[in-house]
Design a protein. Structure first.
Length: 422
């Protein structure tokens, strides 16, 4: 708390020197109940389903002037009941700093943004804020940004270290695709009804020798594009990415790709969409040198809500062919119902010449805006797994019921807003 008070004092003091500033304070509270009976992997024999409530409690402070933007966000992410009552401190270490960044305006079109920040682009396939996960996703990075009315360019840099050291730069913080160094270039051009973007991402991972001593850095490169444009009344969107360099974490040569194409049509209040996505994969049992992984995106939004693929799992895998369709019905002025179906198949060859078909998933999600600052969301998903799904899910049985239900209340009021004109 002392750090928060110090930060507020500095912000308030700085405001006296500028002509026009705004300060906004908002909250983000979202308790979510989940019933898991085969979520993210096949349900085993003889097990009991899981049920729990998790909650995000986040406080956001935003400051903005002509020359400076500052964002400060702290959060607690915990499961109801995970800390014993009347403890003098939170015993589960659930409190964290989510964002703390400053963006300085250099000129009319140029700025620089430094600090802990969420990075999200396009459909959030490669870079995403991961808002579905209670903790979200952040990067400790520095950005150089250019923007005009129809074109933006971001150049980002990151260099991660375990702690402040006197010798060496060995980096051993655990985590899925946790990088030691990162550089990227993102550019996007927008027309009246269309847009196209380009991304080049270089991520470096610490390499260790057989004695667990730091032994250099190996790099994974991702390059590609995302686009949107209309054809008459149909909106087309798609992406194409290529990965090369070295594969994480096995340091072998990588040659992988992702392709996606979707068409959507919205007559009046109903949205219809069909599409496919291909993520290349390696043959099971062979060197995983053809397995694409979407890195730092919001992967929950792709390939089904049950998170069987690429949500902290399925790296160096047989890949995925996903054919899907979805319909979003507007059930009232403040509510809608999303229904989607996914047909999943392995992209690479499975062991024992097994059939490539993995399963079919059905997702339902109902959203109702109860008031200006509160939305109720309820979801149900069901996976109809094939026998081949067992081959990529540690041999678990495919014929048990695999379903998942959840209900979440998103409460995000603006607590305070003040504009200063000096």
């Amino acid at each position: 708390m002392k750090k928060i008070y110090t930060y507020l004092f500095l912000v308030v003091g700085f405001t006296t020197t500028l002509k026009s500033q705004t300060i906004d304070v908002s909250a983000d509270l979202r308790p979510r109940f989940e019933y898991r009976h085969g979520y993210s992997t096949l349900f085993p024999d003889g097990a009991d389903p899981a049920a729990f409530v998790t909650q995000r409690s986040r406080l956001n402070i935003d400051y903005q002037s002509e020359l400076l933007k500052v964002m400060f966000s702290v959060q607690d992410v915990s499961t109801w009941g995970d800390t014993r009552q009347i403890l003098p401190i939170d015993g589960n270490d659930s409190f964290s700093l989510f964002q703390a960044w400053a963006e300085l305006k250099i000129s009319k079109n140029w700025s620089t943004k430094l600090g802990r920040q969420s990075i999200a682009y396009d459909n959030e396939r490669i870079f995403g804020g991961l808002d579905w996960a209670m903790q979200g996703r952040f990067h400790d990075a520095a950005l150089i940004k250019y923007q005009n009315s129809s074109f933006i360019t971001d150049v980002g840099f990151a260099f991660s270290q375990t702690s402040q050291q006197n010798e060496g730069t060995a980096y051993n913080v655990p985590g899925f695709f946790t990088y030691k160094t990162m550089q990227y270039l993102y550019a996007k051009k927008t027309w009246e009804k269309a847009s196209a973007s380009f991304l080049f991402l270089n991520t470096g991972f610490q390499k260790f020798d057989e004695n667990d001593q730091a032994d250099g850095v190996y790099y994974t490169h991702t390059v590609g594009s995302y686009f949107k444009f209309p054809i008459a009344t149909v909106n087309i969107s798609g992406s194409a990415y290529y990965q090369f360099g070295k594969a994480y974490p096995i340091n072998t040569n990588l040659n992988a790709y992702e392709l996606m194409l979707e068409g959507s049509y919205k007559p009046q209040n109903t949205l219809f969409a069909v599409g496919f996505e291909i993520l290349s994969g390696s043959d099971q049992g062979e060197t995983p040198d053809k397995s694409f992984f979407p890195l730092y995106g919001t992967n929950h939004a792709h390939n089904g809500f049950m998170d069987y693929f690429y949500v902290g799992n399925y790296a160096n895998s047989a890949g995925l062919n996903d054919i899907y369709g979805k319909v979003v019905f507007k059930t009232s002025e403040k509510a809608n119902l999303l229904t989607s179906i996914h047909y999943f198949a392995a992209n690479g060859n499975l062991s024992d010449n097994a059939d490539a078909y993995l399963g079919t998933e059905i997702d339902l999600q109902y959203s109702h805006k109860l008031m200006k600052f509160a939305t109720l969301k309820v979801g149900y998903s069901h996976m109809f797994a094939s026998e081949s799904m067992s081959l990529i899910k540690d041999g678990r049985p495919h014929d048990n019921t695999n379903n998942w239900g959840w209900a979440m209340l998103v409460i995000n009021p603006k607590l305070f807003s003040h504009k200063i004109n000096n």
